[in-house]
Design a protein around this ligand. Structure first.
Ligand code: ASP
Length: 324
């Protein structure tokens, strides 16, 4: 039987609905802990609960704590796979952080739920069982961190939460899932061509994320500059353009040697320096704005945080962000 390390971190998957008020909140005891025995037939579960947080409370320090815990546990014991239960709001950020920084081939699965444990149609236990099954599968090895919910297997790099409440919220726009979970088996039908790994011992930098909009002015960028962030990710318009009224703020940030990584606020496609007008992608690229190949804003922020622990050289960052 496989040894699966289970790390419960909180989220709706371990919350309960108040039947009188309809509010959903964490309980003192994580209800998922009492299900461990029901999963005995699937695998030998080694369960830990490093924290019990709604995922909007998760920070990059928590992500780092998980990475270190996984490294420690897999060094100490023979672990065949890891399942992490997590709130869905920031699940994709934790999954991508671990994907970038864990240097292991064993399956690492992140899962969550859209309905708490006592709600009608609760998806938590189901997703948890699916994730343990995927973690036990030989084919899941070497595929990086995977996100398993609603019978689908997604890569950490591509998956995103797309719906506020629907159980099929996790989608990989443009790419789709790389596998499915059926009653009988786990089927992988695609494989990602990209894999990147960074060593990381601590996170000391601060990176912010800004979404652009029609008519946006420079004041927010001026403030970011004055707040001395170490890096900025911008969700730009369309193919990678900004309103011209922002440009003085952008120039200020770049001339202070603070890297700006640009992604598109469109959730399909890749930002590129195509348009040649004031605020257009060509001008931005010439100024030193780093175009990111295909990540969404929140994941580009995670990647910039990780990359900045290695370099703040614009040329090197450009190379790091030109791979997906
Ligand atoms: N707000 C919840 C959280 O992220 C949502 C969920 O877990 O589905 O903790």
């Amino acid at each position: 039987m496989k040894n699966i390390l289970v790390l419960h971190t909180g989220g709706t998957i371990s919350m309960q609905e108040n039947e009188q008020t309809g509010s959903v909140s964490p309980t003192i005891e994580n209800p998922l802990l009492s299900y461990a025995r029901q999963l005995d037939k699937l695998a030998n579960l080694i369960t830990k609960q490093p924290f019990h947080l709604p995922s909007p409370h998760i920070t990059v320090s928590n992500m780092l704590e998980l990475k270190i815990l996984i490294e420690q546990e897999t060094r100490k014991k023979s672990i065949d796979g890891v399942v992490i239960t997590h709130g869905t709001d920031t699940l994709e950020e934790t999954a991508y952080f671990l994907d970038l920084t864990l240097q292991t081939d064993i399956p690492i699965i992140v899962t969550g739920a859209m309905r708490s444990i006592n709600e009608v149609g609760s998806d938590g236990l189901y997703n948890f069982i699916s994730s343990v099954r995927v973690a036990c599968t030989q084919e899941a090895r070497g595929k990086g961190v995977l996100v398993v919910l609603n019978d689908e297997i997604h890569t950490a790099a591509n998956v995103t939460k797309t719906h506020t409440s629907n159980v099929s919220t996790f989608q990989s726009p443009q790419y789709g899932p790389i596998g499915i979970v059926t009653k009988r088996e786990i089927v992988f039908h695609h494989k990602s061509l990209f894999s990147e790994k960074y060593t990381l011992n601590n996170i000391t930098k601060r990176v912010t994320l800004v979404k652009t909009y029609a008519g946006m002015e420079a004041d927010l960028f001026d403030a970011i500059h004055d707040l001395q962030y170490d890096g900025v990710v911008i969700e730009a318009l369309g193919q990678g353009n900004l309103p011209p009224y922002c440009m003085s703020g952008i120039k200020k940030i770049i001339s202070s040697n603070i890297p700006i990584v640009l992604v598109s606020r469109c959730f399909n496609g890749i930002a590129q320096d195509v348009y040649d007008y004031d605020g257009g992608g060509r001008q931005l690229k010439e100024m030193g704005v780093i175009f990111c190949n295909g990540l969404n804003g929140q994941k580009a922020r995670i990647k910039l945080l990780v990359a900045l622990t290695h370099t703040n050289d614009f040329k090197q960052l450009n190379d790091i962000f030109s791979i997906a």
